[in-house]
Ligand binder design. Structure first.
Ligand code: ZN
Length: 497
């Protein structure tokens, strides 16, 4: 992912249950309680923040274990983490038949886990919580702190996956264990699928595997996933909370120029590298048309109205009239908003030539396109070919092709409770539908007819929190608040009939 008013009064964690149950819940969440990492270790605690509650400490320990278990495709194992999570559920009293570990024998490191909490109502359909437990690779030598060390410092949790998406994984796990400790009996069956391969797909994508091999394990009326967030200003103030109800499709195209080549001491104008550079300059200049959908039109109108600057006014004008060029020019100056307006294509990889003293025979580049709903790989390839305008260049689709995401309906049974709870947990902050410019595993649930919503809660700061980059982090206060908010949100949905 992309894109947080402070709660007046922190909601006591489990108002309705006795301290004993809280403690039981906390211990259940930290079977390794004996080894519960004292807050001091790895933590320059958040100055001025209230001491974490027992439940928050247990959540923090669970979060720590997730982050400190490397699940990157280069050096980690999702199967190892899935095993640890299953152990925590067992320790919390979940029965074996509620825990379904899965893996493709060809990819022993890419295993996952499905947890099922049976509902009491025959009428209510199941709901699915989806979370990928793999993370993007991280080279320790490039980071300030160890990427697979969970460190609390200056009001932030640091570590690979703290924002994408191990905090949300921890909240899903923590929520089901708290429900058990609270004695909460959901009407809907609640399923939690923890999968690998979302970030790389180099080997196996767990969501795709479940959809193709065990659709029964994840069948549900709707799913909650990563993708929404609380957008903050540079000071951490939450400006808006978004429910992700659309996402762009991710497609790669290889641009290639070929040439007979020859000896570099007798060059000619015709050169594969020059030809490719000319084509790249035209790709760079290519601007796809503004293409709103229900989600982005609503987002621009609502978020624009909540802003007090010229950009906000331009967002509102553009949502009302997509042909307003002046408004478009202003909005497009913001990289995130621009990427929500239209399909984008950008060069990401380059390769050319075969010897320093030979004219290049081949030069190629990867173009990564993010395609808005309503357009697809074919229309995008056609636009690239037209913009390049050089029939000698080949434009070939390459890489992993996920199904196109199916935008879920703005269902009032989903949006209504979320709006209410955002108002309670983030007073004065609007909830808006939003389109994800990145891609998620929701694309694999579309073909099963499972509408998938990216939940609000996790905070995203203007610099992107180091997502997929260096020194990934998530605010401590924001993590505990998202935990409270999502515990309540899942509970409301699970109680629907
Ligand atoms: Zn992610």
């Amino acid at each position: 992912m992309v894109e947080l008013s402070v709660c007046q009064k922190r909601q006591p964690e489990i108002a309705s249950v006795t301290t004993r149950t809280v403690l039981a819940a906390a211990l259940a969440l930290a079977p390794l309680a004996l080894t519960l990492t004292p807050v001091g270790a790895h933590a320059a605690e958040t100055a001025g923040a209230p001491a974490p509650s027992a439940g928050q400490l247990a959540f923090r320990d669970l979060f720590r274990e997730l982050v400190e278990t490397d699940t990157s495709v280069a050096t980690g194992s999702c199967t190892a983490l899935a095993g640890k999570i299953a152990a925590r559920f067992r320790a919390a009293g979940f029965a074996e038949d509620q825990l379904a570990a899965f893996q493709d024998p060809a990819f022993p490191l890419d295993g996952g886990l499905v947890v099922t909490v049976p509902g009491t109502s025959a009428k209510a359909k199941p709901m699915l919580l989806l979370g990928h437990i793999d993370v993007v690779n991280a080279r320790a030598e490039d980071w300030v702190r160890g990427p697979f060390q969970f460190i609390e410092e200056g009001g932030y949790f640091y570590g690979r996956g703290t924002s994408d998406m191990k905090m949300l994984d921890a909240i899903w796990i923590d929520t089901l264990i708290r429900f058990k400790a609270e004695g909460f009996k959901p009407k809907r069956t609640i399923k939690l699928a923890l999968t690998c391969g979302e970030e790389s797909g180099a080997r196996m994508n767990g969501a795709k595997w479940l959809a193709e091999n065990r659709p029964d394990l994840i069948a549900a009326a709707f799913a909650l996933n990563e993708g929404g967030n609380g957008a903050t200003d540079a000071h951490g103030k939450v400006l808006s909370q978004s429910m992700q109800t659309a996402e762009k499709a991710n497609r790669n195209f290889e641009l290639q120029a070929t040439n007979p080549g020859g000896h570099s001491s007798i060059p000619v104008d015709d050169n594969a590298i020059y030809e490719l550079s000319d084509a790249l300059a035209r790709v760079r200049a290519l601007k796809f048309p503004v293409h709103f959908n229900d989600t982005t039109r609503t987002y621009f109108a609502k978020v624009g109205a909540a802003r007090t600057d010229a950009l906000g006014a331009a967002m509102v004008r553009l949502a009302a009239d997509p042909a307003d060029r002046e408004a478009e020019r202003l909005v497009a100056s913001d990289r995130t908003l621009n990427s929500m307006l239209r399909t984008t294509c950008v060069a990401t990889l380059l390769e050319g030539g075969h010897a320093a003293n030979a004219l290049p025979q081949r030069a190629k580049a990867n173009i990564n396109c993010r395609i808005v709903p309503g357009e697809d790989g074919d229309t995008t390839r056609a636009a690239l070919i037209e913009a390049i305008g050089d029939p000698r260049m080949t434009v070939t689709p390459v890489g992993r092709v996920r199904p196109l995401a199916v935008p879920p309906p703005l269902d009032p049974r989903i949006m209504g409770p979320a709006e209410k709870l955002v108002a309670r947990h983030y007073p004065g902050v609007p909830l808006v539908p939003a389109m994800m410019t990145g891609a998620t595993d929701a694309t694999y649930l579309g073909p099963l007819g499972i509408p998938t919503y990216g939940v609000p809660g996790p905070l995203l700061e203007p610099d992107g929190n180091g997502l997929h980059g260096l020194n990934e982090r998530h605010s401590v206060e924001g993590a505990y608040r998202a935990r409270d908010f999502l515990h309540d949100l899942v509970k409301v949905y699970a109680a629907q009939e």
